[in-house]
Ligand binder design. Structure first.
Ligand code: AVI
Length: 326
């Protein structure tokens, strides 16, 4: 569907946006499991995305700051490895702030495919990018990128496809889906494709505790907004003061787990179904896996990638990695 404006030639929008039915279905499936859970991808409605932007500015939340400093320190080396005239793809691009830094430094990129579930923001940033980079074809795709869908084909051929996946979003996939996602990316960008990815590393659990239990309570609000969203969109009746944010590092599984703990025995109605919660029972809302470099290299290799270069900060808290297809 072409957009109705002057940039119509360069912006073609594909819409695979999942409807409310899949949101409802996934919420009900999750809440009927013995360990209740909700998919973390649903954090990011407009309000949730605002909370996440505030998390990224927190002193305790080191990820965004360290990744930006690694990108700034090594961008020349990165773009040299990537080479000229590439197609860039970003899954879950949000406001595209991070990818703009990369595009600014690339040598004559030919096209950019931003993929995001939030259509309004996606179309807004796509238009903005098309006007900032007049030589770049921008092909936004509105989709839940954890499902399969077809990508548009740019008009101009490129020398290589590069997928950019910053922010350690890979951390929010369980190990098997993480490997499947990397496999999918490898298939997308073959032959001679590359993946530039941010990967969070193992560190002192006290640092992780602070990052996911910030003193201003923004992460708690981000977590609780998931219930508010379900109330707003699925007309359920979660009482927000009946649940409390709880996040901890699970060293056996190398992940930070976020939960919402029921403060009392209570019931919640969603779509004519009644869900009971015992006092102290949790809804598991997110996992954030922390890797060491060897573990990530093994997973990448199993998915069809070779790790070509790794950049880390001086404390080795975070890595940006350049992977190429094998
Ligand atoms: C997006 N993702 C990498 C964040 C993380 O650190 O796992 C999401 C987040 N959850 C709580 N704070 C940030």
């Amino acid at each position: 569907m072409p957009l109705q404006d002057g940039s119509v030639d360069r912006i073609t929008h594909s819409d695979f946006k999942p409807g409310l039915e899949s949101f409802l279905a996934e919420v009900l499936i999750g809440l009927h499991k013995p360990q209740k859970e909700l998919p973390s991808k649903y954090f990011y409605d407009a309000r949730g995305s605002q909370f996440f932007e505030r998390i990224c500015e927190l002193k305790e939340y080191y990820i965004t700051r360290i990744e930006a400093s690694i990108m700034q320190a090594h961008i020349r080396e990165m773009v040299e490895l990537i080479g000229p005239q590439v197609l860039v793809i970003e899954h879950g691009c949000g406001n595209c702030e991070k990818v703009r830094f990369l595009i600014d430094h690339l040598n004559d990129p030919v096209a950019f495919i931003p993929i995001d579930i939030s259509q309004k923001q996606l179309l807004h940033v796509a238009k903005e990018l098309a006007s900032i980079y007049p030589r770049l074809q921008v092909l936004p795709v509105c989709a839940d990128y954890t499902n399969s869908f077809e990508l548009p084909i740019p008009k101009q051929s490129s020398k290589r496809t590069v997928v950019y996946f910053p922010g350690s979003t890979i951390s929010n996939f369980d190990p098997i889906p993480a490997k499947h996602f990397l496999e999918h990316v490898a298939n997308l960008c073959r032959p001679d494709g590359a993946l530039l990815i941010g990967v969070d590393l193992k560190k002192d659990p006290a640092v992780l505790h602070g990052a996911y239990n910030d003193s201003a309570g923004i992460t708690a609000a981000f977590n609780l907004n998931l219930l508010e969203r379900i109330n707003r969109e699925l007309y359920s009746d979660f009482q927000l003061d009946g649940f409390q944010h709880y996040a901890f590092y699970n060293p056996r599984e190398s992940r930070v787990e976020m939960h919402l703990i029921s403060q009392r025995d209570q019931v919640v109605h969603i779509n004519r179904q009644t869900i009971s919660f015992a006092r102290g029972e949790s809804i598991w809302t997110e996992s954030s896996y922390k890797y060491n470099l060897d573990e990530f290299e093994q997973m990448a290799a199993a998915a069809g990638f070779r790790v070509e270069r790794v950049w880390v900060d001086e404390r080795q808290w975070f890595s940006v990695q350049y992977l190429v297809t094998r």
